[in-house]
Structures are given as C-alpha cells and as structure tokens.
Design a protein around this ligand. Structure first.
Ligand SMILES: [Zn+2]
Length: 387
C-alpha cells in the first residue's frame, strides 16, 4: 500500500490546531502519516499556512519535545527544549491524536542542527579548517555529541509511540554550513565542510592519521581558490586519491560516523531510517549512503517533483546502498516551478509504480493552500497505481 507522509514542524501544527491540521492532512490531502521534526537548529522560517502568525517564525532551536534527563547521564551535552514549546509536550499530544486517527507518526532528528548545544558549549561545534564555527552545527565525532544523539533516539523511542525515527544531517561532509551555492565547485564545498574541531584532530591523530597533513592540504587547496578564483570541481573522494593524508582523514571520518550510526541502530528498540542527499541532479548519493548498514530504510531527498529525477535517484541509491535495502523518497511539498498537479501526479505515480511504498512531502508549513488540490490528486493517483 502506497503512503504519503507529511513532514511538519510542531509549531505549525500547534498554531493551526492539532485536530484541524490533522483533519486537513488526512481528509483533504489523503496523507497517511506525519513526520514531526524532533530537533531544530536556530533559524527563521517563512510560513505559508492560511492563518500563520507570525509569518516568519523565529526560533533559537532546541529539541522539540520534553526530554527525560535520565537518558542523558552519560553525556555532557544536555538537551534544551525549544523556547516556543513553553513547557508543552506537543509531541505527546500529536502522538495521541495520530493513534486515534490511525495516522503513522515518525520523528525526524537533524543530527547536525540541534539548537543551543553549541551556544551552551563551543567544544561541541563543527569547525572548518580555518577554525571558524559556521552555523552553530554540532560535530558528531565529539564523543559527547555522539552519545547525545544515541540518547535522543533512545528517549524518543521509549517515551513516544513512534513508528520509526528518521536521521537527517549525516551528509554534513558534503555541505558546509555557510551558503556557498554552486559557485566554488563540489570539491571546494566538500573541503570547506571537513571538520577540524579539537575532537576530530585528537581522535584522528590517535587513530594514526596525519591530521596536520590533511589540514595543510585542505587549506592550501582552498587558498588557491580564494587567490586565483579557480573553482574546485573534483570531489574530495577523487582529490584524495593522490593525497594520502586527505584520503586517510576522510576515510577515518566516514568510518567514525558509520560506526556511530551502527551504535544508534543497536541501541534503538525500533526502526531508524536514514536520509541521504542526492547531488548532480540525482546522479550522485551523499556520504550518508555509506552509513546505511542496518538502517530500516534509506530516504533519498529530492529537490523537486520530477519523475526523471526520481528515476535517476532510485538507480543511484540502489547502487550506493544495495538493491535489498528498502528505499523511500522525500519531495518538497511545493516548489515554484514544479508544484503543479501534472508534475506531482507523474512523479508520485512513477515512484509508486517502482514499488516505493512510502514518500515524504516536505513540509506542511510550505504548502500554499491553493496547491492542496494538486497534492491530493498526486497522492490519490499514486495510491491507485501502487495498490
Ligand atoms: Zn569535528
């Protein structure tokens, strides 16, 4: 049975009223599940909801539920509930409503953007090779942060009636926190995203990696870009082929995150799924695809409703994680150029036809209500195709 899940921020659901928001999702759109963001970074969010007020929702970020402190005893990294929760356990309320309505409920943890962790203690921050702390992102290599993410998953699974937990933000090695666009090239983007925080430097050195050599190579390459304006298109994986320190450092990083993801799976009582970014118009899978061992499902994140893009993405993901892994896709619920009924119907019908049983639509706060009918048609058509 094909199912569409709506990704939603709890502040949007709460503002609209849980009951009426779920009624809209289930009865008007035909959505079968909700993916609630369980963490959020600091940021401003423009909202499209019919009565959204304020239009731009600003948050300092944090965890979007009421954490149980007993789960976080083995880490110095402590969860701070986001300020807009104001002591309310909205996830518990959402869970009760979803159970009553027969809607599936998932929680989404963005592993890199967990608000206020870095403000509380700068040691938990990701740092680029120049020592900058961009975007208040956390470094998952830091042992306290790693334990913290394990504890988050455990806490959420123990406390709430969740069908599964989705982990996103694990492609951090492909994406620096600062907005660089495409202007500097894939390789430069990835070099800028490499973390050289104290934990990374210390643990990699202990593992026998020439960290100083990797840092030198990274900064020299980037300085060439800054000086001569030469884009670095060659991805780090290829650059590293002739660069032993860079190769050892990136391989070490990937292995550390892979074993963290394995540890999360081992300690989790229920299903944990993994988001994987797709670059180059679906032709290339992000580093997170390397962490899929043991994942319940791998969710490919697409940038638009497009059947051809979905086709390429599925082929790329199958190659990256193996044909046996359960695949799902995530589409933006609306984009200005492709959020039309035809594009949506074609894309969702295509993926349903390919045997993909679950698709996420990202996200409720970005759905112009005038496009709800297009979304409804796409879900209904895919449901018939996939049945
Ligand atoms: Zn680090």
């Amino acid at each position: 049975m094909f199912r569409a899940n709506m990704v939603a921020n709890l502040w949007d659901l709460a503002d609209e009223g849980l009951e009426s928001a779920l009624e809209f999702l289930q009865s008007d759109l035909g959505v079968g599940g909700v993916c609630a963001a369980a963490t959020c970074g600091p940021g401003r969010h423009l909202r499209f909801g019919p009565e959204a007020s304020p239009r731009v929702f600003e948050t300092r970020g944090g965890v979007c539920f009421l954490p149980e402190s007993k789960f976080y005893q083995d880490t110095r990294c402590k969860p701070s509930p986001a300020e807009w929760l104001r002591g309310r356990d909205l996830l518990a309320r959402l869970s009760a409503h979803c159970t009553k309505r027969g809607l599936g409920l998932r929680a989404v943890i963005d592993c890199t953007n967990i608000g206020r962790i870095v403000t509380a203690d700068a040691r938990f921050a990701r740092k680029n090779v120049f020592g900058d702390v961009p975007g208040r992102q956390v470094c998952l290599i830091n042992p306290d942060v790693a334990e913290f993410v394990c504890a988050l998953v455990h806490d959420l699974h123990q406390t709430y009636a969740l069908e599964s937990i989705e982990l996103s933000g694990l492609d951090a090695m492909d994406e620096p926190a600062e907005r660089t666009g495409d202007s500097i090239g894939t390789g430069a983007t990835q070099l800028l995203a490499l973390c050289f925080c104290e934990s990374c430097k210390q643990l990699a050195t202990e593992a026998g990696v020439d960290v100083a050599g990797a840092a030198r190579s990274t900064s020299v390459r980037l300085e060439t870009l800054f000086r001569d304006g030469q884009r670095i298109e060659v991805p780090v994986a290829k650059l590293a082929a002739d660069d032993p320190p860079l190769s050892a450092f990136t391989a070490w990083y990937v292995e550390r995150i892979a074993s963290l993801v394995e540890r999360i799976h081992e300690r989790s009582s229920r299903e944990v799924c993994l988001h994987v970014g797709l670059r180059g118009d679906g032709a290339e899978a992000g580093t997170a695809s390397g962490y899929a061992r043991g994942a319940g499902a791998v969710i490919g994140d697409l940038s638009r409703w497009d059947a051809d893009l979905a086709d390429r993405a599925l082929a790329t993901l199958r190659e990256a994680v193996g044909a046996a892994r359960r695949l799902e896709l995530q589409f933006p619920v609306w984009t200005p150029d492709t959020g039309t009924a035809q594009a949506g119907v074609r894309a969702l019908a295509y993926v349903a036809e390919q045997g993909i049983a679950s698709v996420n639509l990202n996200h409720l706060g970005r759905l112009p209500r005038g496009c709800a009918e297009a979304v409804r048609q796409a879900i209904r058509f895919a449901g018939r195709t996939g049945a």
